[in-house]
Design a protein around this ligand. Structure first.
Ligand SMILES: CC(C)(COP(=O)(O)OP(=O)(O)OC[C@H]1O[C@@H](n2cnc3c(N)ncnc32)[C@H](O)[C@@H]1OP(=O)(O)O)[C@@H](O)C(=O)NCCC(=O)NCCS
Length: 180
C-alpha cells in the first residue's frame, strides 16, 4: 500500500461516555462509506450540512468529497467498526482552501447517533491544527440561523470572530489558533 504523508497522524480518541473513535485522513476508497454515513443522518443533520434535503449524494459529489490533495483540500474522518467488523464513518470535518489564499471553507457533520459526545469539537480542533500546518490562517463557513448546534459549538470553542447575516444565512469566519 502506498503511504502518503498528509501531516495528520491517525489516532484513536475517547469521547464522552467512553466511546472510542479512530481519526484518520479520508481516502478515495471511503466513497461508499460516505454514502452510508449520509444514509445514517437525520433530515435535519443532512439539511444543515448540505443546505438541501438530499436522501443520497450524487456519485460525483461523493467522489469529490472522498478525493482530496491533503493540502488545499483536506478531510478527517472519524470511524468505528460495526459488530461484523466493517468500518463505518461517523463524522467528517473538511476544509477547502480558496485558491491561492490562506482562507479555507470548513464543513463538519456527525451522524445523529454520535452527536453530543464531543466528536464535532474534536474533529474541528484537529482540522484547525492540520489546516494551520498547511498554511491556512482563517476558516470560514456558512451556518443556517436555526442551526443552534453549530452556533453553540463555535461559541463554546471561542471561534466566532466575525458573523454576518447575508441572505438569511450566517457567514462566519475565525482565525485559527497559533500552533502550540
Ligand atoms: C454541529 C455538529 C457537527 C456538532 O457535533 P457534535 O459531535 O454533536 O458536537 P459536540 O458534541 O462536540 O458539541 C460541542 C458543543 O456544541 C454545542 N451543541 C452541540 N449539539 C448541540 C445541541 N443539539 N443543542 C445545543 N448545543 C449543542 C454544545 O455547546 C456542545 O457542548 P456541550 O455538549 O458540552 O454542551 C452536529 O450537530 C452536526 O453534524 N450537525 C449537522 C451538520 C452541521 O450543522 N454542520 C455545520 C455546518 S457545515
Amino acid at each position: 500500500m502506498m503511504v502518503v504523508s498528509t501531516g495528520f497522524e491517525p489516532r484513536t480518541v475517547e469521547l464522552r461516555e467512553g466511546t472510542k473513535v479512530h481519526l484518520r485522513p479520508i481516502v478515495a476508497a471511503d466513497e461508499p462509506l460516505l454514502h452510508e454515513a449520509v444514509a445514517a443522518m437525520s433530515e435535519r443533520t443532512v439539511y444543515f450540512r448540505f443546505f438541501s434535503p438530499i436522501k443520497r449524494m450524487s456519485d460525483a459529489l461523493a467522489h469529490r468529497l472522498a478525493v482530496v490533495d491533503y493540502n488545499d483540500r483536506f478531510a478527517i474522518v472519524a470511524t468505528t467498526h460495526r459488530p461484523n467488523g466493517k468500518e463505518r464513518i461517523v463524522g467528517v470535518a473538511r476544509y477547502d482552501r480558496a485558491r491561492g489564499t490562506d482562507v479555507a471553507e470548513v464543513a463538519v457533520a456527525v451522524i445523529d447517533e454520535f452527536q453530543r459526545r464531543g466528536l464535532g469539537s474534536a474533529l474541528l480542533a484537529e482540522l484547525a491544527r492540520v489546516g494551520r500546518s498547511h498554511g491556512i490562517k482563517t476558516f470560514s463557513l456558512i451556518v443556517l440561523p436555526e442551526n443552534r448546534e453549530m452556533l453553540d459549538l463555535l461559541r463554546k470553542m471561542g471561534w466566532i470572530h466575525q458573523a454576518k447575516l447575508v441572505g438569511g444565512v450566517y457567514e462566519i469566519s475565525f482565525e485559527l489558533p497559533e500552533p502550540a
